[in-house]
Design a protein around this ligand. Structure first.
Ligand code: ANZ
Ligand code: ZN
Length: 880
């Protein structure tokens, strides 16, 4: 008898599949399914079994869809730009291009060894000029739409990595990679205007099949908050300070204002006080020193946002200004404090110490008045609050609003403010515009050109190319009118690189060691012969590169048409494959998902995506749960608990690895790795192999009904489980199937083996593709159940099990009717039970056994039952 030898079987089939182009995409797109994995960053560490988990899941789904007759796009590629390769280069001197491509080789070898059915002809590499040419092109599109702008901004700066960090790369005030304290630095930076899309990014979540918690993460990241803008007049001057508040109902309780240290008014205080003193000399009598303000502001600017947000002891300084509370008419002081952040709302707040904890703390420390306006009930007569009251209640001390119930009558407050023109409804977001420029080497050069002479003349791409009626001009004007982003003239001198220049190649003549400047700035070749698209004079290229999140924000679009040299992807290919039907990936995905959805929406708005494809790129999203090390800790080099496919496949085979990973537990649950579990799975696969060897050539066309029931219910269960991504229970169904089948075999039940194998191998094929193929081909050569002859050379593609139809199940064997099952004790009939067909199936063995025990209680109670054999719907036997 042949022995199961995965190393032979798997290598053989992987080679044949590849030669025959088995997994080439059916480009007809008929009945399409787009099954996407989050593509990996090819790091120096190899892939471990945790990475493989998701890939096996999507592989099962892809194979299943193909057998169901769908054309499936299932591609793989590399998110190849990024900091680690560059840091590695700094350490070792090995060029990132070289190390990255070495890593890609390893990753690819590993993926192939698992037998994943990727169509490698769709492979992409974000660091290749063929790919990043279109990343650059998309940047210019964003620019022309008014969605990319450059602005001086306080950025997070890591002194050790010498680079700007995105907010999400700052964890607890420290650099995510180096662990160094992050400081603030002012730099000119490129931004994408993702805040324009905040509402759509929230609202469109309603229509997609994602886990609720992942949707909530998206919403929290955007942080939409409904409130009001309220105008406070500066006392003695015709000028206002706007505040954003979510609690305009507490306006009568606003006893002071607080400005962020970066608020524009702060820089002008001396001037403003001079103007006021002309009309109101009182102000000169204040105990006040502008130097205090200056030193406080300098201190605050040196702190990180995280530090400022933390609930540390409040600090602040009086600004020397007063405002008028617009409803009470009271004159209230204006303070400066760093707990108010410039990046949110208007950077100024009305402080209501009675009802806001931070304001309460501040007022207590600096002895500022606290005025309660919300009371628990009409009869509540609290005098001195010992802490802020943040609950609901009734308004008092609030003029016309007295007696209104909060929050129930909140809208009355809003409409009254509106009527009196004191304030207006306003929604704000925690989401900031996306800072995409990096002063690093290993990334996509930002395709922008700067011309001194045009800058001097106030000329820019917008002035040269956009007429007033163009939509791009409209959004550019919108940008100009909004306070947080640059005005139109800030674009002076800037031109997107002409399309014929793309790709702007990443130069190789650089020293990529950090100097605090962009490494490309030191390249000699990079600026050679650059001319201004506006005036034709000498000009210079932007030397920053893009955040790698930009690369991965559109890769799913490139996958559909990876070799296109004329467009980022053709309209037809996009319409054929997108949106993605199933997207699987995990980890730190909040930003990636947000950015990718944003890209889709922008490209959609630009008209490159048919409207009928909808507003969202990923219809269904699932995240595989972490696989922990055997010690139940997160797999990490540090703990020496990393298990890679290379540790498992040579000894047990890829099919065992795949089956084990899927059997480990629910797909989205966290679960620890266990080598004994791998061995158990290996035994199961060997048992299948052996049973096949023993039985597949047995000729018998007759079959007892219980085997029909077993077979059909097994097919149905596995079908449903794949659809629901319950791969673990699909595999336990296979195990139960094996047990029941062999039990029935021992009892002499009639089994049509060729039918059993023909069907069972097909449902097993997505899970253990090599084994299923090997056995399928033997079945075919033997001529059983299939129209194949021995002499016929197998041309893999059409005869491969992976191109066969998914087996149907016959409802007739699943219908509910009663079946009488004899109950035996040691092979002697001692009674019978009557039970529904559906209940008689093998997964209900425990229930059937319980019923049967009642009938033969006098035989089995109090004795050791060695074994209970149950042949579904046929017989149950207690061995004592
Ligand atoms: C008055 C008030 C009274 C407030 C009250 C709260 C409670 P969310 O929910 O996060 O949107 N705020 C506004 N801008 C701020 C800034 N730039 N930095 C720090 N705090 C700021 O928070 C909105 C509330 O946070 C606003 O409503 C404002 O304080 C404060 F009983 O205004 B509130
Ligand atoms: Zn010019």
């Amino acid at each position: 008898m042949n022995q199961y030898d995965p190393s032979k079987i798997e290598a053989k089939w992987q080679k044949k599949w590849e030669e025959s182009g088995l997994y080439q995409t059916d480009e007809s797109g008929a009945n399409k399914k787009y099954v996407l994995d989050m593509f990996p960053y090819p790091s120096g560490a190899t892939l471990h079994v945790g990475h493989i988990e998701g890939y096996v899941g999507t592989d099962i789904i892809s194979r299943y869809f193909r057998m169901k007759g769908a054309s499936v796009l299932h591609p793989m590629g590399w998110d190849a730009f990024g900091l680690p390769a560059e840091n590695y280069a700094i350490k070792t001197g090995i060029h990132p291009d070289e190390s990255t491509h070495e890593n890609i080789k390893t990753f690819k070898r590993q993926l192939r060894s698992v037998g994943l059915s990727y169509d490698w002809s769709h492979e992409i590499d974000t660091s290749s000029p063929e790919y990043y040419r279109w990343t650059q092109w998309l940047f210019t599109l964003f620019f022309k739409m008014g969605l990319a702008y450059k602005q001086e901004a306080d950025v997070n700066w890591c002194p050790s990595c010498e680079t700007v960090l995105a907010n999400e790369q700052v964890v607890d005030g420290k650099c995510e990679r180096s662990g160094d304290e992050v400081i603030k630095k002012k730099l000119n930076q490129w931004f994408f205007k993702i805040t324009d899309y905040a509402d759509r990014l929230i609202d469109d979540l309603a229509g997609i099949d994602w886990l609720e918690e992942v949707k909530t993460q998206q919403k929290n990241w955007i942080g939409r908050s409904d409130g009001a803008l309220i105008e406070f007049k500066i006392d003695g001057l015709d000028r206002e300070i706007n505040v954003f508040t979510t609690r305009p109902d507490t306006l009568y309780g606003a006893t002071f204002l607080v400005l962020s240290p970066e608020h524009p008014v702060v820089e002008e205080i001396s001037n403003i006080r001079k103007q006021i003193s002309k009309t109101d000399n009182d102000i000169l009598n204040d105990p006040y020193d502008i130097e205090d303000v200056k030193s406080y502001v300098a201190e605050a600017k040196a702190k990180s946002d995280a530090d400022r947000r933390e609930n540390k002891e409040k600090t602040g300084v009086f600004s020397g200004l007063y405002c008028i509370n617009p409803v009470s008419g009271e004159k209230i002081p204006v303070w400066i404090a760093d707990y108010v952040l410039m990046g949110y709302g208007t950077g100024a707040i009305m402080a209501v110490p009675a009802h806001d904890e931070r304001d309460f703390e501040f007022a207590t420390k600096f002895n500022l008045p606290i005025k309660q306006v919300i009371f628990k009930s009409k009869d509540d007569t609290t005098k001195d609050l010992s802490e802020a009251y943040v609950g609901s209640g009734v308004l008092k001390n609030s003029g016309d609003w007295d007696g209104l119930m909060m929050p129930d009558e909140f809208d009355k407050v809003i409409s009254d403010l509106d009527k009196k023109k004191i304030g207006e409804k306003k929604t704000t977001y925690h989401l900031r515009d996306w800072l995409i420029s990096r002063q690093r080497y290993w990334g996509v050069p930002i395709p922008m050109i700067y011309c001194e002479s045009c800058a001097h003349d106030g000329k820019s791409w917008f002035t040269e190319n956009v007429t007033a009626s163009d939509s791009a001009a409209v959004s550019a004007r919108e940008i100009a009118s909004s306070s947080s982003t640059p005005r139109n003239d800030d674009y002076a001198g800037w031109y997107p690189a002409p399309e014929s220049d793309l790709p702007i190649l990443l130069p190789h003549d650089v020293d990529f060691r950090p100097t605090g400047k962009s490494p490309i700035a030191l390249s000699k070749s990079f600026q050679e012969g650059v001319t201004c698209p506006g005036c034709g004079g000498p000009a210079s290229r932007e030397v920053d590169t893009m955040d790698t999140f930009v690369d991965s924000s559109w890769y799913f679009l490139r996958f559909v048409d990876p070799k296109n040299e004329k467009e980022f992807a053709s309209r037809e290919a996009i319409a054929k494959w997108l949106p993605v039907d199933v997207y699987v990936g995990g980890g730190h995905v909040v930003q990636h998902l947000l950015f990718a959805r944003f890209f889709w929406k922008v490209i959609f708005d630009a008209g490159y995506i048919e409207k009928s494809l909808g507003e969202e790129p990923f219809l269904k999203l699932r995240a595989p749960g972490w696989i922990l090390g055997p010690d139940s800790r997160k797999m990490s080099k540090r703990w020496h608990n990393v298990v890679t496919p290379d540790d498992i496949i040579p000894k047990y085979g890829a099919d065992t690895l795949r089956m084990y990973e899927m059997f480990l537990g629910p797909f989205d649950a966290m679960k620890p790795w266990s080598l004994t579990g791998v061995e158990g799975m290996s035994r199961f696969i060997k048992k299948i192999y052996r049973l096949f060897e023993e039985t597949h050539a047995l000729e018998n066309k007759e079959q007892d009904k219980q085997i029909d029931i077993l077979l059909n219910s097994t097919i149905k269960k596995i079908t449903d489980d794949i659809e629901g991504m319950r791969f673990n229970t699909a595999i336990s169904t296979m195990m139960e199937f094996y047990n029941d089948l062999t039990d029935a075999q021992k009892l002499g039940t009639k089994i049509n083996w060729s039918e059993v194998w023909e069907k069972f191998l097909r449902v097993m094929a997505p899970f253990a593709p090599h084994l299923a193929e090997e056995l399928w081909q033997r079945l075919a050569v033997g001529g059983l159940g299939l129209e194949k002859t021995k002499s016929q050379e197998l041309t893999v593609k059409s005869q491969s099990i992976h191109t066969q139809n998914w087996p149907e199940y016959d409802e007739k064997y699943l219908v509910q009717d009663e079946v009488v099952i004899p109950v035996q004790v040691n092979g002697k009939r001692r009674g019978e039970i009557s039970i529904e067909y559906s209940v008689s199936s093998i997964e209900n063995k425990a229930r059937v056994e319980e019923r049967a025990r009642e009938v033969v209680a006098s035989y089995v109670d109090g004795v050791v039952v060695k074994k209970v054999v149950y042949v579904p719907g046929k017989i149950i036997n207690f061995v004592i």
